[in-house]
Design a protein around this ligand. Structure first.
Ligand code: F6P
Length: 346
């Protein structure tokens, strides 16, 4: 049996843990494991690397992915899906494990439905916005990095009596903002799911100042819109260029929020945009373990022929869930989590 592995979409702490785990479990089954380079592009161009004990030993603590990644979408390439199917046959691949977020797993699902491709998914994204799993790996690392950043900017906020705005990642869902804001004791959190207006945020800042705390830390998700009580709304983009999956590049909402708070309150305001720092570097122990569990489960699912399914975390166990469930809708922050965070605002 020959099993191929690819990592697609944004890089993410814990990818190497999954690669190592699928390989180790696969070798125990006596399979040959092949890595496809740079996501779906590796299949289109048939760029591979052998995965064995030598190439996967000691990669557990490494950030990024030893296979490389890309946002290549075979469904946007002329004859792309057919090339993918032909590529798998030419490489003699019996089964494919696709490790990625919504974009990568949507392609996996379509290949399974359109061509019967024998594919298993593994849920990756720091954004934690995939359905079908309680958590994705990478999220815990991103939240830890963002929380540390919030703790650090708080010292400047307090020393200089400033408002510090911290922008974190999170496109459709505000999971990173909510979790790091909760852990870092944010005075307000702006996420796409439950919007606050600029005026709301300024009132929370003033409320703190009135009880002798003339400083605040505000956490903003990159996907949050800037809203005003007048009903005006503004989406902030870093660039309106679309990637192969039709996404614009977000980034910069923190700067606009900081500017508007300054305008309305007259306070000193500064912003920090964490950006790719959240995605880089070594995974937390939690993400190493979750990635390892997902990887072993994915190999077991290959052995069981559970095609078109994904390894998902359900409570304390890792289970097989249909890819169609994973990519059907975004997993958004639920109201009870938002209400919990709000208790600590202002
Ligand atoms: O993969 C998730 C993510 O980190 C988003 O939060 C962010 O908007 C996007 O990736 C950035 O992607 P890129 O690496 O293509 O700039």
């Amino acid at each position: 049996m020959k099993v191929a592995l690819l990592t697609g979409g944004g890089d993410c702490p814990g990818l190497n843990a999954v690669i190592r785990a699928v390989t180790r479990q696969g070798l125990a089954y006596d399979w040959t494991i092949t890595g496809l380079r740079d996501g779906w592009r590796g299949l289109l161009e048939k760029q591979t690397m052998p995965l064995d004990l030598a190439s996967t030993d000691d990669i557990l603590p490494l950030g990024g992915t030893i296979l490389g990644t890309s946002r290549t979408n075979p469904y946007k390439v002329d004859g792309g899906p057919e090339k993918v199917v032909a590529g798998l046959a030419e490489l003699g691949v019996d089964a494919l494990v696709a490790i990625g977020g919504d974009d990568t797993l949507s392609v996996a699902k379509r290949l399974y439905e359109d061509y019967g491709t024998k594919v298993i998914g593994v849920p990756k994204t720091i954004d934690n916005d995939l359905s079908g799993t309680d958590y994705t790996f990478g999220f815990d690392t991103a939240v830890s990095i963002a929380t540390e950043a919030i703790d650090r900017v708080r010292t400047t906020a307090e020393s200089h009596h400033r408002v510090m705005v911290v922008e974190v990642m999170g496109r459709q869902a505000g999971w990173i903002a909510l979790a790091s804001g909760l852990a870092g004791g944010a005075d307000a959190i702006l996420i796409p799911e439950f919007p606050l207006t600029i005026e709301d945020v300024c009132e929370l800042i003033d409320k703190r100042a009135a009880r002798g705390k003339p400083f605040a830390v505000i956490v903003v998700s990159e996907g949050a819109k800037v809203l005003w009580r007048s009903g005006e709304a503004k989406e902030v983009l870093a660039s309106d260029e679309l990637d192969a999956f039709g996404h614009v590049k977000l980034g910069g909402v923190g700067t606009v929020v900081a500017r508007e708070i300054k305008k309305l309150t007259g306070r000193e305001v500064r912003e920090t945009i964490l950006g790719y720092i959240q995605r880089g570097g070594t995974p937390t122990a939690h993400d190493r373990i979750l990635g390892t569990r997902f990887g072993v489960k994915a190999a077991q699912m290959v052995a069981a022929g559970a095609w078109g399914m994904m390894a998902g975390l359900k409570g304390d166990s890792v289970e097989a869930v249909p890819l169609s469930e994973a990519v059907s809708s975004w997993k958004l922050v639920p109201r009870d989590m938002w209400e919990l965070a709000r208790v600590f605002f202002g």
